[in-house]
Design a protein around this ligand. Structure first.
Ligand SMILES: NC(=O)c1ccc[n+]([C@@H]2O[C@H](COP(=O)([O-])OP(=O)(O)OC[C@H]3O[C@@H](n4cnc5c(N)ncnc54)[C@H](O)[C@@H]3O)[C@@H](O)[C@H]2O)c1
Length: 387
């Protein structure tokens, strides 16, 4: 037998291999199996959740399934949903309030943290009230509707000594964060190009789009954040072409199809390819190219079954939407928020990064609307250090 000469000693007598660092789920399992008790020293973080819609439902699941947190209040104005919510999630001990009754949350000393997943135009007021009441805040992007209001929120956070965490969930996605780690380890050298593809699915309702703040501040902020977070650099020029192929989106003066090109001072070119309406699933990709090679995060699929017939080979579709594609990212960002509250981590999403992303999104919209290249000027201390 030709391969008999390759026979090895029994695996029982050889050194045990270590599990790969990439398997973060196995790592957690091993800690669970070993009954690691470091969490027992922590108090449980008691939470009030504002808004239980598309994003809030994801956060509610994560708050309930995390042994480090407990939910005390749900604030949402659709009272007719309360009985089903209570039943579905078994929320017997949770107090439901409308937004008009929300003062109760801020006055309650038992509430440690507020999670904001209500529509964007409501964020600023909830964030400020929560911070002034000395609650830690986890806020869906964007923190506020414009840069000056966002600055105000961060100033109040600083004064109150409470964390204000902006939920850029994609940073916590295992594949995307692995791309960044590889780039930061120099595995592709100095980056020449970085590209994101971000095609939304399913198409959001027109009612949502009307109050979303527009595609630049609602969607593209995620991609701008990804590009600048991976590179650790901020563009000096942006050039954007945009159109609306969906008549209802054109009618509200928003866009659904956009190409962004960014120039970075060190010579990198960034490209963002965005659509509001991908009919084959939630298409999310990231690619980084440099002199030493390329690293990319591809689309992920719910299963890896391959079916063969005379038409070829088919596999499962890609994940359908953000709730499924970024499930791990949402879980990990909430755990990070709990670590911040317990002083185990500094927020990895910094105020200056959020403000820079908002400024770039505004410049991109200006470029799209004027058809011109827009230059970005950054003053001293405006950009984050030690990126
Ligand atoms: N990071 C992400 O992947 C992601 C995905 C979707 C939405 N978002 C963000 O989440 C926020 C909510 O978006 P959505 O798609 O879940 O919207 P949605 O319309 O599905 O849900 C919003 C919910 O908030 C409730 N609400 C309205 N006013 C309120 C108030 N004053 N206080 C408390 N609740 C209130 C509504 O009744 C509704 O249940 C937006 O800021 C959006 O940008 C983020």
């Amino acid at each position: 037998m030709a391969t008999a000469k390759f026979k090895e000693a029994s695996p029982y007598v050889k050194p045990k291999p270590s599990p790969p660092a990439e398997d973060y789920i196995y790592d957690k399992y091993i800690k669970d199996l070993a009954l690691k008790t470091d969490n027992q020293q922590e108090s449980v973080v008691r939470v009030a959740l504002f808004g239980v819609g598309r994003a809030g439902t994801i956060h509610l699941t994560n708050i309930l399934s995390n042994t480090r947190s407990e939910i005390l209040y749900i604030v949402d104005d659709v009272e007719s949903n309360w009985p089903n919510m209570r039943q579905r999630w078994r929320l017997d001990n949770v107090t439901f309030l409308t937004s008009k009754q929300s003062a109760k949350v801020f006055k309650d000393p038992k509430v440690d943290a507020v999670v904001v997943a209500s529509p964007t135009y409501t964020h600023e007021e909830i964030v400020i009230k929560a911070l002034e009441a000395k609650k830690a805040v986890f806020c869906e992007k964007p923190i506020a509707e414009n840069i000056s209001d966002t600055v105000k929120c961060y100033e109040i956070a600083k004064k109150s000594g409470q964390p204000l965490f902006c939920a850029f969930n994609r940073r916590f996605d295992p594949s995307y964060s692995n791309v960044r780690d590889r780039v930061r380890n120099g595995e592709v050298g100095h980056i020449h190009t970085i590209k994101t593809v971000s095609r939304d699915s399913p198409l959001p309702t027109v009612d949502y789009l009307k109050m979303s703040g527009g595609i630049f501040h609602d969607c593209i902020v995620h991609d701008i954040d990804m590009v600048t977070w991976v590179l650790g650099e901020y563009p000096d020029k942006v050039s954007v072409l945009a159109d609306a192929n969906v008549p209802e989106i054109k009618a509200i003066d928003d866009f659904d199809t956009i190409g962004i090109v960014m120039h970075f001072p060190s010579g990198t070119i960034g490209m963002i390819d965005i659509s509001r309406n991908s009919t084959y699933g939630y298409d999310q990709r990231l690619e980084v190219f440099g002199p030493k090679g390329m690293v990319k995060a591809e689309n992920e699929q719910p299963t890896f079954v391959h079916q063969y017939d005379l038409h070829g080979v088919s596999t499962a579709p890609i994940w359908y939407s953000f709730a499924s594609r970024f499930m791990n990212g949402y879980r990990r960002e909430f755990d990070h928020f709990l670590d911040i509250i317990h002083g185990k981590a500094e927020s990895s999403v910094k105020a200056k990064e959020i403000l820079a992303v908002s400024k770039i999104a505004t410049a991109c919209e200006e470029s799209a609307r004027t058809g011109k290249v827009v230059n970005l000027k950054w003053v001293a201390n405006e950009l984050p250090e030690n990126n």
